[in-house]
Design a protein around this ligand. Structure first.
Ligand code: GRF
Length: 183
């Protein structure tokens, strides 16, 4: 059985969906104290907080990434699923080539970056969605595994639209991770 590690920084609702889908999560790794830590603890999944203390330009991304990889290797993680991880760590690719998955709340290659829902609303698109893809060193790039469209409603706010996208991600991401684990 592939040992799956999930990287998260936020409320952890995508992590919760992965757990609820019955996927065997061997480790949850976060870069801060956040909802995902509580969710992992409640699910009885080992948690490691590799705390990021520096959010300035001086942040030593390579050193931070090395620590993350060390922790993943210590837990013998073979496949990594990012679920709203707030620190960009392109160097993880060297240790896990073709073994890092991501879900992004937009239809890539549209609306890359940190504010895809806000950007889609600002652009005025009528349809957006989510993308599950293999992560590569370039942010929000890499081979696409699954995509699903979500309509933008006239009275949507960033929050209501993101929540509607996440409802899809909570189904599509676990389904896709399972397929990759079985491949
Ligand atoms: C998801 O929309 C994911 O695509 C994005 O961050 C969000 C995580 O949501 N990268 P949550 O913290 O799991 O609720």
């Amino acid at each position: 059985m592939t040992r799956l590690g999930v990287l998260a920084s936020g409320t952890g609702s995508i992590l919760q969906a992965i757990v609820d889908a019955g996927l065997p999560v061997a480790l949850v790794l976060t870069d801060r104290r956040c909802g995902a830590v509580e969710i992992a603890a409640q699910a009885g999944v080992p948690v490691e907080v590799v705390e990021r203390t520096d959010f300035t330009k001086a942040f030593d991304r390579d050193a931070y990434t090395r620590t993350v990889v060390e922790v993943l290797k210590r837990h013998e993680i073979e496949l990594v699923a990012m679920a709203g991880f707030g620190t960009v760590i392109p160097g993880i690719w060297d240790a896990y080539p073709d073994r890092v998955l991501n879900t992004h709340p937009a239809l890539l290659p549209a609306f890359k970056g940190w504010h895809p829902v806000r950007d889609a609303l600002a652009y005025g698109v009528k349809v957006t969605g989510c993308t599950v893809h293999f992560a590569t060193p370039e942010m929000d790039a890499g081979p696409i595994l699954a995509q699903e469209a979500v309509p933008v409603l006239a009275d949507d706010t960033e929050q209501t639209l993101h929540e509607r996208i996440k409802q899809v991600e909570r189904r599509l991401y676990p389904e896709t991770i399972r397929k990759v684990m079985q491949a």
